[in-house]
Write a protein that binds this ligand. Structure first.
Ligand code: SF4
Ligand code: SF4
Length: 328
């Protein structure tokens, strides 16, 4: 059974990282995968916590650097230069964090289950990683934790687009019963019933696959696959063969993700920090702890079952939904 450490005081991160074997990273270049927040977003994991992790890596004789990748939508973070400026505005500078800040924009293909994911260069070339994830809601994936941080944030813009487009629906009117479920659950209101058929506004559709997952007759199917399933696969492409420590931050738990300038409001009281060597366990524990305080929180808000990505990640061998929670 996987161990998940739970602590409320950020100063315990050193103790936890030692328990999780940070010493194994000695002598290695270690990407610390983070999300430095879109311009206008205030809820991303702050540099003062990341600095503590960098300091522990240095004490372990590792060579850390902060890493994220450019985004596929139109925003300052879509280019390396634009992301550098945003990172600097948010306090992610070499001077403040005490290590280099790297923004990846290119990657290398990795094939899995008939798909090819381009893993960003500095993850592709690493033997180990620390992945720090802000846990919050996500309009298209239900929630975002470690799987979302790597599955979308660890791949190139081409692969990000491939996943969103691949989750868009294909409609077969001959199978449609006009029940209206798809229109009622679409988080972006991209579906309407018009006369005797369903109409999909593909400009509004963000590609989550929720309509296809909820269609009772099979009239809707995803072009390639459900977004959460693709995130789990892309995560596998990022972490296969590597040693990884995951740190999930359950603070400032917002309705939407750190890519969203209007991600608020905060929808759950702060819970603390979780850390593990198991990506499935750390995300499952995050959802379970939120569930204890606010049952089915993300499902109620986004009409998407956030456990799907966790279950899929377990099915493809990334870890276990069974875990031991160790409170410090
Ligand atoms: S959920 Fe499926 S069956 Fe129901 S209206 Fe939508 S496409 Fe038709
Ligand atoms: S995939 Fe379906 S549910 Fe998701 S945004 Fe597009 S139309 Fe809406």
């Amino acid at each position: 059974m996987s161990k998940v450490y739970y602590f409320k005081d950020q100063d315990k991160i050193g103790l936890v990282l030692k328990e999780l074997g940070i010493g194994d990273f000695s002598g290695m270049r270690v990407p610390v995968k983070v999300h430095m927040g879109e311009i206008g977003n205030r809820y991303y994991v702050k540099p003062n916590f990341i600095r503590l992790i960098v300091s522990e890596l240095r004490k372990a004789d590792a060579e850390p650097f902060i890493l994220d990748s450019t985004v596929a939508y139109t925003a300052p973070r879509a280019t390396v230069l634009g992301y550098r400026i945003v990172a600097s505005l948010h306090g992610f500078t070499k001077r403040n964090i005490k290590c280099p800040i790297v923004i990846d924009d290119k990657g290398f293909p990795t094939s899995l289950n008939d798909f090819t994911f381009e893993v960003v260069e500095n993850i592709y070339n690493s033997e180990c990683m620390v992945v720090v994830s802000h846990v919050k809601g996500h309009i298209l994936a239900g929630f975002g934790g470690a799987i979302k941080n790597l599955g979308m944030g660890g791949v190139t813009k081409n692969t990000k687009k491939f996943m969103h487009n691949g989750a868009k629906p294909v409609y077969d009117p001959s199978k449609c019963s006009l029940c209206g479920t798809c229109a009622s659950i679409c988080p972006l209101n991209a579906i309407t019933i018009k006369g005797d058929r369903v109409e999909i506004n593909y400009r509004k559709c963000g590609g989550c696959g929720n309509c296809a997952a909820s269609c009772p007759t099979g009239a809707l199917t995803c072009r390639i696959g459900n977004l959460q399933d693709l995130l789990a696969l892309a995560t596998k492409a990022c972490i296969s063969g590597k040693q990884v420590i995951y740190v999930n931050v359950l603070k400032n738990i917002t309705r939407s993700c750190d890519c969203d300038p209007r991600a608020g409001p905060i929808i759950c009281p702060d819970i603390g920090y979780l850390a593990s060597r198991d990506i499935v366990a750390v995300d499952k524990a995050s959802l379970d702890l939120i569930d204890e305080v606010k049952p089915r929180l993300f499902e109620k808000i986004h009409k998407i079952d956030p456990y799907r990505q966790v279950k899929r990640a377990q099915e493809i061998g990334l870890g276990s939904t069974e875990y031991e929670l160790i409170k410090l």
